[in-house]
Ligand binder design. Structure first.
Ligand code: AOF
Ligand code: ZN
Length: 352
């Protein structure tokens, strides 16, 4: 088992090479061992529509070499004809005798059928190796498949006293360059970034990304000159009672308004329909206060600085919880250092 864990970790590493490119498919890595337990091949899923990890790894070796060997993969091999033929069939063809799996596939077309097919062919199947990590690696895919919705992540960068800007709106820079570089890595994991007109107006950020969603209820940003509109596919959501301008390269999307705010639930449904499987929200405290109800995961950078001002802007605002028993609660998943700052990653307590 110990030995399988080492190979499973290798699968995670390989899978992560596809990070940011596999959506809506999962990230998958695969290691093939011969009958003497020597690694003879490795592979990973590079992009939706291309070879699955198992096929990628097997096609780099031969049935002569893999005969009687073991295949380690973080997700149950598929049993269906999709964009590619079933991996289970190829595993059988290659004479593999044992398949070690991180997690069962949650895709209903596969779910257990891959394992059945392998077992029917006389292959031993070892399940659940580093399952928790395997599930975390594909948390986006699992959410999409089981809940039919976009995975929502939120990033904020605050001082020790939880402030993201001073009372005058100054926020450059709360966190270090190392922390800000990490934000670019985090963005790459998600299909889109989401921000608001207030952030566009306050900071004029470029937020390099292939898909950008901007919540601009009253259409008050400068669509011709703001940095954010200069690259990527742009989706602007606005109050449906307004009239959007005609600007090529920007998709203007009317949305209903509830209590003076754009309806977040409607927007999240709409972007899922557009094929955006995951989104990273980078907004101010007020919108964060609304988004937090729909957020699965938070990336919270903390800089060792104090502003100490009641009028400074908070990372989360507007929920106005009066009793501690009514707070929103989270489980901290990870603490990383980006000196001199830290990054806390946490999930809603109901998640995972
Ligand atoms: C992947 N890569 O390495 C594995 C996947 O449309 P298809 O044919 O590419 O099938 C996608 C499904 O295949 C996916 O939802 C998952 O259930 C299964 N396994 N997918 O993209 C892989 N092993
Ligand atoms: Zn497959």
């Amino acid at each position: 088992m110990q030995q399988y864990e080492t190979y499973m970790k290798k699968c995670f590493e390989l899978a992560l090479k596809g990070e940011g490119n596999t959506s809506p498919n999962p990230m998958v890595g695969c290691v093939v061992l011969d009958k003497n337990n020597n690694v003879i091949s490795e592979g990973f899923h590079k992009k939706c529509g291309e070879d699955h990890a198992e096929r990628d790894a097997l096609l780099k070796t031969t049935p002569e070499k893999s005969e009687g060997g073991t295949l380690v993969v973080n997700l149950e091999p598929c049993s269906h004809y999709g964009k590619t033929p079933p991996c289970a069939d190829l595993i059988i063809e290659y004479g593999i005798k044992k398949v070690v799996i991180g997690m069962r596939d949650v895709n209903p077309i596969v779910a257990g059928n891959g394992i059945k097919k392998l077992k029917n062919a006389g292959i031993e199947v070892v399940e659940g190796v580093l399952e928790e990590e395997a599930r975390k690696l594909n948390e986006i895919f699992i959410t999409n498949m089981t809940e039919h919705r976009t995975f929502v992540a939120l990033k904020t960068a605050a001082t020790l006293d939880g402030k993201i800007a001073t009372s005058t709106g100054d926020s450059k820079w709360i966190t270090s360059e190392a922390a800000r570089l990490e934000v670019k890595n985090i963005r790459r994991r998600y299909d889109a970034i989401l921000t608001s007109s207030s952030t566009v107006l306050a900071d004029n950020p470029a937020m390099a990304h292939k898909n950008k969603i901007i919540l601009d209820r009253t259409l008050k940003t400068d669509f011709k000159n703001s940095n954010i509109y200069k690259s990527g596919s742009i989706y602007v959501f606005y109050d449906e009672t307004f009239t959007a301008p005609e600007i090529s390269d920007i998709k203007f999307l009317p949305a209903p308004v509830k209590d003076g705010k754009l309806d977040i639930e409607f927007i999240l449904k709409k972007i899922y329909y557009f094929g955006i499987m995951s989104v990273l929200c980078e907004c101010g405290g007020i919108l964060n206060g609304s988004l937090i109800d729909y957020t699965d995961k938070v990336y919270h950078f903390i800089a060792p600085k104090i502003i100490s001002d009641n009028s400074a802007k908070s990372a989360f605002d507007g929920k106005n919880v009066k009793l501690i028993k009514d707070t929103l609660n989270y489980s901290i998943d990870e603490i990383k250092t980006f000196a001199p700052d830290i990054l806390l990653t946490y999930y809603r307590q109901t998640m995972l």
